[in-house]
Design a protein around this ligand. Structure first.
Ligand code: PGA
Length: 258
């Protein structure tokens, strides 16, 4: 399976930054077209910049898809400030991140809400990237598997398949902190997630499971070597074109060596 290199720009940068970052990625991919053989690329700018970024990539002939960082759980209407999955499909987004820990934490998103959003995203032809992960306290209490199992099973709607869903395991304590889970922690959790998917989905083996949490060029290779790590969801390092593409280079090195 090709690794998915997904950048989550979060709420960073103004339009000039979006331009510079996009051009950095475009130029880097033109210089290293072989990266596209090992990786699929997705970037998720702030929603107000998606259209701009799309215009920057338009006609550049580099294999990058665009996604959003969230969407509404209702089709349309009186939801001031929200963006519907149909609007995202309409501007040719392929994917939407759902249930990121920052949305669960700062916007009180529940598993049930994430499942509703994912169902509507699927209905509108979007791939839902569903985030799960335990907090520091939960890991210290040895509850990580129970927490992730509950989030995972309750956040996946009816109709979930490997084609319309990606799972991102992001331990909350590793997001933006510089702390990365050890390869052994990641191995255990990704295997556990795969087993749980097997209980629910026929095509469980094809579901991509991304790791997220302080992924950078220097740790990407050891993470990508872990079984069941099918790519990365990258926050901070996706804001620098060299780092974002450096992470992809790690996937290419592994593919070349195989
Ligand atoms: P980080 O963020 O790479 O900055 O830790 C990852 C994420 O929140 O998706």
């Amino acid at each position: 399976m090709k690794k998915l290199i997904a950048g989550n720009w979060k709420m960073n940068g103004l339009s000039a930054d979006a331009y510079n970052l996009s051009m950095g990625i475009i130029n880097g991919l033109k210089q290293s077209p072989q990266l596209g053989s090992a990786c699929d690329f997705l970037i998720c700018p702030p929603s107000i910049h998606i259209g701009l970024v799309q215009a920057f990539f338009n006609g550049q002939d580099v294999p990058v898809e665009l996604g959003a960082q969230d969407c509404s759980e209702v089709e349309a209407g009186a939801r001031t400030g929200e963006i519907s999955p149909a609007m995202l499909s309409d501007i040719e987004c392929s994917s939407v991140i759902l249930g990121h820990s920052e949305r669960r934490q700062f916007h009180d998103e529940t598993d049930e809400l994430v499942a509703s959003k994912a169902a509507l995203a699927h209905k509108n032809g979007l791939v839902a990237i569903i985030c799960v992960g335990e907090s520091d306290a939960e890991r210290e209490a040895g509850q990580q598997n129970a927490v992730v199992e509950k989030q995972l099973l309750a956040s996946l709607p009816e109709g979930t398949t490997a084609a319309n869903t990606v799972i991102a395991y992001e331990p909350v304590w590793a997001i933006g902190t510089g702390k990365t889970a050890t390869p052994e922690d990641v191995r255990q959790m990704h295997q556990f997630i795969r087993e749980k998917l097997q209980e629910k989905l026929e095509d469980f083996a094809q579901v991509r499971i991304l790791y997220g949490g302080s992924v950078k060029p220097s740790n990407a290779e050891e993470l990508f070597r872990v079984p069941n790590v099918d790519g990365a969801l990258i926050g901070g390092a996706s804001l620098k074109a060299d780092d974002y593409l450096g992470i992809a280079s790690a996937a290419l090195d592994i593919a070349d060596a195989a």
